[in-house]
Design a protein around this ligand. Structure first.
Ligand code: FE2
Ligand code: FE2
Length: 347
């Protein structure tokens, strides 16, 4: 028997469907962009970087890593609540990997159609990796008895349109934040092997290197569009995307705190470390990053978390009040001081 949630997730052989992917702002989305503009990317600006990245992607270091025969059966019996938490993590992750695959595949097709063969092939490498990641997570879900109908998912959810600069800024961040998330979970589980509840986590280290490389590929693309990282435009884009991605991360980790607790990780500390590292890494690509020295940004994160929880809890006339408190706090965080970086920019 196959049933489906409004989000389009199908399950096999289950009577009850956990709300693993309900529609809200924190759910992974599918994107579309200015493909014709992208096809005009001037590679000559960053030719050397492109060739280096192309070789690295072509080498396909993880060709044999995602072993199709490796067992992904859980190692421990989990309570029904913990099982749902683990499955929810898998579902959200598979959707986010798959949405990356779709976007890279589409960009690659558009480049090829426009006669930009090198760039088309380059994005095929990125799509290849994301397809592998999604396939691996899909297998882990299958062992849990859940079948996610990935090819039909985008048909059920509207794609969000982003201009090219927005796509590059947000892709860079999502790859780098993905890298830090995987590597920090991996380091924690290496130090606490009793918390490894499934062999899936043993695959995280080379996996995160894929995400790291993808981030570097996107950085190279950003260098081909010098206007994106210059002047006031560069500052606004940096500020907006760092703020949005960090805020979403904080709220998502807080929403899915149970998953981190299942692995013995404190979600609030995890969120903080991921944000610190990602902000620091972004110095390589963005002209501006948030200044964390005074501790204000990270401290405000906790106030925002509390305000968010409070808003969710409240009802009646107190709800709009709680919402306005939350909105004021996030706006205050948005305008916190930033610092200039020395990222490489060609012109
Ligand atoms: Fe991925
Ligand atoms: Fe990636």
């Amino acid at each position: 028997m196959t049933t489906a949630t409004p989000g389009g997730i199908g399950t096999i052989g289950r009577n009850e469907l956990p709300p693993h992917l309900d529609e809200n702002l924190l759910t992974p989305r599918f994107y579309t962009t200015e493909f014709e503009k992208a096809a005009k990317t001037d590679l000559e600006i960053a030719r050397k970087d492109f060739e280096a990245m192309f070789k690295e992607m072509e080498a396909d270091y993880n060709l044999k890593h995602f072993d199709r025969k490796a067992s992904l059966e859980r190692l421990q019996e989990l309570s029904p609540e913990d099982k749902a938490v683990y499955e929810s993590y898998l579902v959200r992750s598979v959707v986010s990997e798959f949405s990356g695959f779709l976007l890279f595949k589409e960009i690659s097709n558009r480049f090829k159609k426009a006669g930009r063969t090198e760039l088309g092939q380059f994005f095929t490498f990125l799509a290849r990796d994301e397809a592998r990641h999604a396939g691996f997570l899909g297998r882990a879900l299958k062992t849990e008895g859940i079948n996610v109908d990935l090819p039909n998912l985008p048909k059920k959810r509207a794609a969000t349109f982003f201009p090219l600069s927005w796509v590059l800024y947000s892709l860079y961040l999502s790859e780098k934040i993905g890298y830090w998330r995987y590597i920090l979970i991996n380091r924690h589980l290496k130090a606490n092997p009793d918390k490894v509840c499934a062999p899936l986590f043993d695959f995280f280290e080379p996996w995160c290197q894929d995400e790291n490389r993808h981030g570097d590929c996107i950085n190279m693309m950003m260098r081909c569009w010098p206007g994106m990282t210059k002047g006031i435009r560069g500052k606004i884009l940096s500020r907006f995307f760092l703020w949005t991605v960090f805020l979403t991360h904080t709220l998502t980790v807080c929403e899915r705190g149970e998953f981190y607790e299942l692995l013995g990780i404190d979600p609030v500390l995890f969120d903080e470390e991921v944000i610190i590292q990602t902000n620091n890494t972004s110095r390589n690509a963005f002209p501006w990053v948030y200044k964390f020295d005074d501790g204000k940004f990270l401290k405000m994160r906790l106030d925002i978390l509390n305000a968010f929880k409070n808003w969710r809890k409240e009802s009646g006339v107190r709800k709009p009040l709680a919402l306005s408190k939350f909105v004021i706090l996030i706006l205050k965080q948005f305008v916190l001081p930033m610092e200039k970086t020395n990222c490489i920019r060609y012109s």
